[in-house]
Design a protein around this ligand. Structure first.
Ligand SMILES: [Zn+2]
Ligand SMILES: [Zn+2]
Length: 140
């Protein structure tokens, strides 16, 4: 009877460990996919994957959500592309959108902001209003 109870407890722990390892692997794959979409820097990609592997998803996922906006702000590539192709980059998912789009075609985030001075709508990544030159307070 004792051995049976002990076995039951052991298999319970085994299930938890297996579930945890499964979640761990899933989050490593998720971070690898997410970071490769976010930056072209191989070093940053390696750092993100190594960190999620060592810190476990419980610690790393919340931390990752805090620091990832800093990473994609540093990566200027899509913004450069946007200038050449006359497009707008979504600040959230970095999808390239046509300049007249009001919302992102991939994630629905608002792409236009309204000038505080003259009420003209313009793409969120402009630093100044193209009509009156009022600074975009979200970027400046
Ligand atoms: Zn988007
Ligand atoms: Zn204006």
């Amino acid at each position: 009877m004792d051995t049976l109870q002990l076995w039951g407890l052991e298999s319970f722990y085994t299930t938890i460990v297996v579930l945890f390892v499964f979640l761990w692997i899933i989050s490593i794959i998720w971070v690898a996919k997410d970071i490769s979409a976010r930056t072209n820097s191989v070093l940053l990609q390696i750092i993100a994957i190594v960190l999620v592997t060592f810190f476990t998803p419980i610690v790393w996922i919340p931390l990752y959500h805090i620091i990832k906006p800093i990473w994609y702000k540093k990566d200027k590539m899509p913004w450069r592309e946007a200038c050449i192709t006359n497009a707008t980059v979504c600040g959230k998912c970095r999808m390239l959108n046509a300049k007249e789009h009001k919302c992102c075609i991939n994630c629905g985030t608002k792409l236009m902001i309204k000038c505080k001075e003259c009420n003209k709508e313009y793409p969120h990544n402009y630093r100044y209003c193209p009509k009156c030159g009022w600074p975009n307070i979200e970027l400046n």
